[in-house]
Design a protein around this ligand. Structure first.
Ligand code: SPQ
Length: 449
């Protein structure tokens, strides 16, 4: 390892990220931006492809997941320009007009690509689609979207009673349903709403707690007839819909900003400003959880950009306190739980995370992986069936840890390593490119490297 504090070593198949605290100490400073919101990027590409006319996307995330979405929709005839952050142009082909692809559609590592796309494909009458993904995605449950789509009349086949990709879909004319989802999942909700765009009549999804609402906002902006009942957490779309291309401005991803919020909070003497972050209330559970932990975070320059609330986030280091994170807050911070676990490790007292069993079916089993990897560094983390119990205040010692090919695990472990002694080596760090290709460069920048 060189004298540098943060180094990346690339071998043929994988990257090792090495972090060693400089002898002179460390604090984090700077104004930074984070890449475009991943959820909004997927939806902008998909709705752009099925709308009439041109959609222009500013600020698209150039991570591997939206690239998977773009390549699947190109394979079905959508004209999507080269991906860049300035301006991506999508020439929509119209609802119901996706072509039968000549090969298997590969969603890579992206659950959002596969589950949302299934809703659209199931409604494309008389066309056959075969969809798959990488090792991780092929082990994630698809029955949560297959079952409601079957209730709408979809024909879907797959492994283990149609539960896992690869899946084959023969498009049908679907009928509308009222689906009471057993889980608060934006992917389930969005999949059914997208299918409902082509079913004649009203399709309603009711969920047990509110999940992210980017699909609802964007569908309305594209001209769909859609109503929301906040009392019952229900959304209704009326089909057949007509969508029209729009300009989408993608805000910075709060799930990516979360790494810097926790880094700024736990590394003594730090102050960071993260500019242009999406603060949609269905995503700001992380800010509420960190406020409960007494983190010093302020929202500045709050504004609304193209229908999504945006702010700059200023974080200053402070001493954190353990807290309990559970219930309806969980769907509003589900992807931030790995980095919240890191905050818990450096907080005084106990942090308890419950009602988060969904973490077991993400890109990795994020409950087991965070517990084992943080404990490897010397933390005191106990796995619960649906969460984690973290006893804060135990010092960490750098050693070898593994990303388990999960982007959010890679980045969470890197932030934990900032407060560890010795060198921490994170194997499989290339996973970060799924949602945050410039993560290491930004880390080096705020470390003054
Ligand atoms: O797309 P994918 O792989 O499922 O990505 C993850 C992530 O950590 O980036 C989940 F592992 O985010 C999901 C999120 O957990 C993205 C998403 C969306 O854009 O609709 C919704 C959430 O999933 P779910 O299952 O709760 O609907």
């Amino acid at each position: 390892m060189s004298d540098s504090f943060v180094t990346l070593e690339t071998t043929e198949n994988q990257q090792d990220l090495m972090i060693k605290k400089p002898a002179s100490g460390l604090s984090l400073h700077g104004r930074i931006t984070v890449p475009g919101d991943k959820s909004i990027s997927h939806r902008a590409l998909m709705l752009g492809a099925i709308a009439l006319g041109e959609t222009q996307i500013n600020g698209l995330l150039l991570g591997e997941d939206p690239r998977s979405t773009a390549s699947c929709f190109r394979a079905m005839g959508a004209d999507i320009s080269q991906l860049n952050t300035e301006m991506v142009r999508v020439q929509g082909i119209g609802l119901g007009q996706l072509q039968e692809p000549v090969d298997i559609l590969n969603a890579g590592n992206s659950g959002t690509t596969l589950r949302l796309m299934l809703g659209l494909l199931a409604a494309h009458s008389e066309r056959l689609f075969v969809v798959t993904g990488d090792n991780s995605l092929r082990s994630r449950p698809m029955s949560r979207v297959v079952h409601p789509l079957q209730q709408m009349g979809a024909k879907i086949w797959g492994r283990q009673n149609n539960s896992f990709a690869p899946l084959a879909i023969k498009g049908q004319n679907l009928r509308p349903i009222h689906y009471h989802s057993p889980i608060a999942s934006a992917q389930v909700k969005s999949c059914i709403l997208l299918a409902g765009l082509m079913a004649e009549g009203q399709t309603t999804v009711t969920e047990p707690a509110l999940s992210r609402d980017h699909s609802e906002r964007m569908l309305q902006a594209f001209g769909a007839e859609l109503s929301v009942d906040p009392e019952t957490n229900s959304v209704t779309v009326t089909g057949p819909a007509k969508l029209h291309g729009q300009t989408v401005v993608v805000p910075g991803d709060i799930s990516s900003a979360a790494f810097w919020l926790v880094a700024g909070a736990i590394v003594p003497g730090s102050e960071l400003v993260i500019e242009n972050v999406g603060v949609n209330p269905t995503r700001t559970g992380i800010l509420e959880a960190l406020a409960m932990m007494e983190a010093d975070i302020k929202l500045e320059n709050e504004r609304v950009v193209a229908g999504e609330p945006v702010a700059d986030l200023r974080v200053r280091s402070s001493s954190l306190k353990g807290c309990t994170i559970a219930g309806d807050l969980i769907p509003r911070l589900i992807d931030e739980i790995p980095i919240l676990a890191v905050a818990g490790v450096f907080a005084q007292g106990t942090t308890i995370i419950r009602d988060a069993a969904e973490l077991r079916v993400k890109e990795s089993d994020r409950i087991t992986v965070m517990a084992t990897q943080l404990n490897q560094l010397g933390a005191k983390v106990t796995e619960l069936p649906d969460g984690l119990e973290i006893t804060g205040g135990t010092p960490l010692t750098g050693t070898n840890v593994d990303s388990h090919a999960d982007h959010r695990i890679t980045m969470s472990l890197a932030i934990a390593a900032l407060n560890a002694t010795n060198t921490t080596t994170i194997h499989g760090a290339e996973a970060a490119a799924v949602s945050y290709p410039d993560f290491v460069t930004t880390l080096q920048k705020i470390c003054g490297q």
